[in-house]
Design a protein around this ligand. Structure first.
Ligand code: SF4
Length: 880
């Protein structure tokens, strides 16, 4: 790297610009890009910690066949010949690809071209099915195309921002910060959060509507009816630019009006009316919606119910106004553009005969698939029943992320030929692969991504390719050529981007929304640009539909009649709670990258279930207790996080933990395979569940210098730290002796060295520490209760090259010897400020505002991601 390199963050759909530079010690220094329109130089906690994640630990660096190292030639030959053989014997639909919103657009383009264009099947789907498919369906039904109308500036220009089913503070932090800054400048700006639980996003809310899970369509239908009945209608827009309003209104009308809607939504009528009035009073309204709307068996209808309200009022295509879906993944939008979803063909074209013919002529192929392929959940079901015999998974971990993952694992174990291309060697999915192909990852590869506001940006390489890893586009091209297909002679992502741009413009003439014909030659110098960017407007387009013309046959937007449906499964006597799943602030997907950052990993180190304290008490459960969460489909173990902001009757569990990081912490097996009939998106937000005590006979934790494998215990969670690894442990059976349990858990830790040991058989305690040449190598604490020493001070001992006598004494005593106070788990990742430090500052030093805390401790002064938690701590402890 000779100078600064501009790239984009690999995590969420905000798509922040990042600048990579060589640091003074030869390391890579990463900062936010001040010139990028998404973030203007800011990064959230995940983006700030990107530098921690660049190491090669755990990387897949060489191809493998059946677990043994192989050459690229052998591996590619085998993949091509196996796929060709299956297709020849069973037809193209016996082959399938399952890819990812983490792929770059050029990778995505090639995978789609190979499957739909030349193998001749629609069987390529992407993990975007799990997060955005309902939005895609809703957009296409209303607008005739999967088009996001808004841009980020609309969030700032709006007088009302509604966030429904979106915890933007944690999941799209930079957009949350932009809304926050705009609200600070404009005291009249209102923010409404609609979410069953009080999330960090509620820090900004003038009104929080803790809606009954699953009732979203009722609330939005109610708004449609309320707006129409009060004449809050843009009649000219309705008349000239839409159709189908009558049917939509008839479906939305409730005879009982507001009281009935409020009761159905579990809300106070006055709160609902206040929301409706705020929505009505200024046309600058942006409705942000995300996974809380999409991940439902009626997600498409929920999206339609929101879009209907914007169409009725003409609040679309204008500054500060429009429905705005926040995309989960960094390139979910790019995947949608190339046809990564099984039900779209390419370049936002569907499977009409004209489009199939057009794409076939462009690709010079007479084998283009003529109909949609299998959507994600169905795809793995067809693997299970033997219809799909050859499967290639790229850049994703479906053994963790799909619903009902026990069935997915069965499918992966059963499929006759499984190829996985990934950057990581060991994931819950790679362990099933017959062929493993090492792929490049962020920082090593070049291409483009599209963010939530349709903005296409470059990702640029600033690291050398490690081992024998290759870019995904090249791996797929090499297999395509071996299968005898022409049209895959690309030598760079630049050539692929040019073809992708040319296809978007091919016979388009303004009839299709996705046209980037003006960017065909722009790759090398591409600046962030929002599509459409056709040949005569290469500078791009801020917002869509300003002229009221949509991409339907007659140019009018469609209202969709929505009859609200209950979730697929509702609580009953046996499973009396609603399980909701989602993200945490500092982890990304299945943690393969974020777990490399000790700061990120320590924010919420253990799988947890957030539960209202009264719901916990009703079940004889208490805060911090380990519990079993059970549904009709599976079970897991997590620790209770009692929280009054959780809606009663509902619980929340994060989805990040995999079998690599927690033995019993995966939530995927608990979710049903039921999907939205239109979008195919699963229902991750509404699963009947019960929570019962998990009463282990013992608890413990082990801290090891460096890395290590999990001790043999019924419950373990691995938490990577700065120079050490922590394992939280528990076991079902009382040991014969505590010393024997301790020694079994230590296994080969410490080699032949003897540990310093303490055990109290009567009270059920065992402690051990290995110290070598003055340095702590490992320590283990086991007890019959979960009254264990605090972790932070022990973790700090791994940074010492020479333990003092006092520290050694403290080790076996299980507490720091001289009045040392533990810092507690990390809240501010950027500055490593712990929970206990913040609580002490509030309670003892009387710090009473985030600003005062920032000034004293720095917490919250970099990315700001922790400020909502600091606010919550202030609320809880200020009075004390
Ligand atoms: Fe990355 Fe954070 Fe920006 Fe998302 S908001 S793109 S995670 S820096």
């Amino acid at each position: 790297m000779n100078g600064p390199i501009r790239t984009t963050c690999p995590y969420c759909g905000v798509g922040c610009g990042v600048i990579a530079r060589r640091g003074p010690k030869g390391d890579v220094v990463l900062k936010g890009d001040p010139a990028h329109p998404a973030n203007h130089g800011q990064l959230c906690s995940k983006g700030t910690a990107l530098g921690d994640t660049l190491g090669l630990e755990g990387r897949l660096l060489y191809p493998e066949i059946d677990g043994a190292r192989a050459t690229w030639e052998e591996s590619l030959d085998l993949v091509a010949s196996k796929f060709a053989e299956v297709i020849a014997r069973r037809g193209p639909n016996a082959a399938a690809f399952y890819v990812s919103g983490q792929l770059l657009t050029e990778d995505y383009y090639i995978t789609n071209k190979l499957m739909k264009g030349f193998i001749g099947s629609g069987n390529i789907d992407t993990n975007s099915r799990l997060c955005m498919a309902s939005t895609v369906a809703g957009h296409i039904r209303a607008f005739g195309a999967d088009a996001v109308p808004c841009c980020y500036e609309d969030l700032e220009a709006a007088k009302l921002v509604v966030l429904t089913g979106s915890n933007a503070a944690w999941c799209h932090p930079i957009l949350f910060q932009r809304i926050k800054a705009a609200k600070r400048k404009d005291p009249d700006k209102k923010v409404v959060v609609i979410d069953p639980r009080r999330t960090a996003t509620c820090e900004l809310a003038d009104l929080h509507l803790p809606i009954r899970p699953g009732a979203d369509a009722i609330l939005w239908n109610g708004l449609l009816d309320w707006l129409q009945s009060r004449g809050v209608v843009d009649y000219a827009f309705l008349e000239e630019h839409t159709k189908g309003f009558g049917r939509a209104l008839a479906a939305a009308k409730t005879r009982e009006g507001i009281p009935r809607v409020a009761a159905s939504c579990g809300l106070l009528a006055e709160d609902l009316v206040r929301f409706y009035e705020w929505w009505a009073r200024d046309e600058r309204v942006v409705t942000v919606f995300s996974q809380g709307i999409n991940q439902s068996t009626s997600g498409s209808d929920k999206v339609s119910a929101i879009l209907n309200c914007h169409l009725l009022t003409g609040r679309i295509g204008k500054p500060g106004s429009g429905p705005f879906s926040f995309t989960g993944q960094p390139n979910a939008m790019g995947g949608r553009e190339v046809g990564g979803l099984a039900n779209t063909l390419a370049a936002h074209m569907g499977f009409t005969p004209e489009n199939v013919d057009r794409v076939g002529r462009f690709w010079k192929s007479d084998r283009v698939a003529s109909k949609p392929g299998l959507k994600a959940v169905d795809l793995f079901e067809r693997v299970l029943d033997g219809e799909v015999e050859a499967l290639w998974i790229a850049c994703t971990n479906p053994a963790v992320s799909l619903p009902n993952t026990s069935r997915v694992r069965d499918a992966l174990a059963k499929v006759p030929f499984l190829v996985v291309s990934d950057c990581m060697r060991t994931t819950d999915t790679t362990r099933h692969a017959h062929v493993l192909l090492p792929a490049l990852t962020w920082g090593e590869k070049d291409g483009t991504v599209t963010n939530t506001e349709r903005c296409i940006s470059r990702q640029r390489a600033f690291l050398d390719a490690p081992g024998e890893a290759r870019p995904d586009w090249k791996i797929f091209c090499d297999v395509a050529r071996r299968m005898g297909f022409e049209g895959f002679d690309f030598t760079s992502p630049k050539e692929i981007f040019a073809e992708h741009a040319a296809l978007s413009a091919f016979e388009n003439n303004g009839t299709r929304d996705f046209d980037i014909g003006g960017l065909v030659d722009a790759y090398d110098s591409l600046e962030p640009v929002r599509w459409p960017a056709p040949e005569d407007n290469a500078a791009g387009t801020k917002r869509l539909f300003a002229d009221g013309r949509f991409y339907t046959d007659d140019g009018r937007a469609n209202f969709v009649a929505v009859s609200p449906r209950p979730p697929a499964y509702v609580p009953d006597v046996e499973f009396d709670l609603v399980l909701n799943t989602g993200r945490v602030r500092d982890h990304w997907h299945t943690m393969t990258r974020t777990a490399k950052s000790p700061g990120l990993a320590s924010h919420l180190p253990e799988p947890y279930v957030e539960m209202h304290p009264s719901d916990a008490a009703d079940r004889g459960l208490s805060d911090r207790q380990l519990v079993r969460i059970e549904t009709p489909w599976g079970e897991m173990v997590a620790r209770i996080k009692a929280f009054e902001g959780q809606r009663r009757g509902s619980v929340f569990v994060p989805f990040h933990w995999t079998g690599e990081y927690a033995r019993l912490g995966r939530v995927g097996p608990l979710i049903s395979s039921e999907t939205d009939p239109t979008s195919g998106q699963p229902e991750f937000k509404h699963t009947p569940a019960r929570v019962i005590a998990y009463a282990p006979a013992w608890h413990g934790f082990l801290l090891l210098r460096g890395e290590g494998s999990a001790p043999c215990s019924d419950y373990w969670v691995r938490v990577p730290g700065d120079g050490f690894t922590q394992f939280d442990l528990a076991g079902d059976h009382r040991p014969e002796t505590w010393a024997s349990l301790g020694r079994k858990l230590l296994g080969s830790v410490g080699g032949t060295a003897r540990p310093l040991e303490f055990h109290d058989e009567a009270r059920g305690r065992y402690r051990a520490a290995f110290v070598e040449e003055g340095r702590l190598v490992a320590c283990l604490f086991v007890a019959s209760s979960d009254d264990l020493p605090p972790r932070r001070w022990l973790q700090g001992l791994f940074h010492s090259d020479s333990l003092s006598d006092v520290e050694r004494m403290g080790l076996l005593a299980g507490r720091p010897a001289s009045g040392h106070e533990d810092d507690g788990p990390i809240v501010c990742t950027c500055f490593g400020v712990g929970l206990n430090v913040l609580v002490r500052a509030i309670r003892r030093e009387g710090l009473a505002s985030p600003e005062a805390i920032g000034a004293a401790l720095n917490a919250g002064t970099n990315c700001g991601s922790c400020v909502p938690e600091v606010e919550a701590l202030l609320d809880e402890h200020r009075a004390a």
